[in-house]
Design a protein around this ligand. Structure first.
Ligand code: ATP
Ligand code: MG
Length: 268
């Protein structure tokens, strides 16, 4: 592993992250204890941004893997590749992270099949090892290596859940949309709209979030509020900006769209 390879995973600029409660202190302590961490929370509430921020704050490289159901253990661990000179082993992202002492972020880990997920087990207990069975190598994780996974509770069916033996290898932090003042601060900072507009966007989101389970599967995320702010900051009329970024992505149901459009019209 050359220096160059490590550098590509460095978070060089401080990501903007607005702490919501004591999650920064808790993560730092978990990192010092090398306790793997699971971030739970709905889409677009700041989980990925938090991990980038923590990697920067702790000065660790960050290796992120977006998990999906087609992913195999080899996609995480590595495989032999054929090239002009024959076969050559290529580390997967988990192996790279373990070798270079990175923070490895497995995003949406429940999407992966359970037989894929179990490869992280020996890395998450006292062993801190990763067996590369095909290669016949046992990788001992670098002492700075840390594993963090994310998880959207409620999205998946009962069939798709993590095994208890996987879950119980992690400390967990619950994430949610921040309280109104903090969320408005985030929206204003990220998009450049003034605080009055940001406050209104957050209030629209609160209306929509109350409809979760009453016709909406999910409320408007912080991410979508930033999208709306971005359009408004580009000079788009607020109602059109909200329709495009807050209402249309969320639902195809005509009645629900109407309800949300009305909520927008109350503020803009
Ligand atoms: N606490 C926060 N501080 C700064 N920005 C935030 C915060 N929370 C949310 N954001 C903003 O919301 C956007 C979405 O957050 P992020 O991408 O971290 O969501 P996520 O929880 O990882 O979602 P997903 O589960 O869909 O991956 C960020 O790009 C950022 O603009
Ligand atoms: Mg994310």
């Amino acid at each position: 592993m050359t220096e160059h390879d490590v550098d590509q995973y460095r978070v060089t600029e401080a990501p903007y992250y607005r702490p919501v409660t004591d999650e920064v202190d808790l993560y730092e302590a978990a990192y010092q204890a090398r306790m793997p961490v699971m971030l739970k929370g709905p889409t677009g509430c700041g989980k990925s941004r938090f991990v980038e921020y923590m990697a920067w704050k702790l000065g660790r490289p960050l290796v992120t893997v977006a998990c999906n159901e087609d992913m195999t253990a080899a996609d995480l661990v590595g495989r032999y590749l054929l090239d002009a000179n024959g076969t050559r082993w290529q580390d997967g992202p988990l192996t790279t992270a373990a070798r270079i002492g990175a923070i490895c972020y497995l995003d949406e880990v429940v999407e992966a099949r359970q037989d894929t997920t179990v490869v992280i087990h020996p890395l998450t207990d006292h062993r801190r090892t990763l067996p590369l069975e095909k290669k016949g190598e046992l990788v001992h994780a670098h002492s700075d290596f840390h594993l963090v996974i994310s998880y959207n509770p409620g999205y998946q069916s009962l069939m798709k859940d993590l095994k208890q033996s996987t879950k119980q290898r992690f400390g967990a932090l619950d994430f949610d949309y921040p309280e109104a003042a903090a969320e408005a601060e985030i929206v204003a900072h990220e998009s450049g709209v003034d605080s009055d507009v940001a406050d209104k966007l957050v209030q629209i989101a609160h209306r929509a979030r109350n409809l979760k389970g009453h016709g909406l599967d999910e409320g408007i995320s912080t991410r979508l509020l930033v999208y709306a702010g971005n359009l408004i900051a580009k000079g788009i009329e607020p109602r059109s900006a909200c329709t495009m970024s807050l209402v249309r992505p969320l639902t195809d149901d005509p009645d629900m769209r109407e309800t949300l459009d009305q909520a927008v019209a109350t503020y803009f």
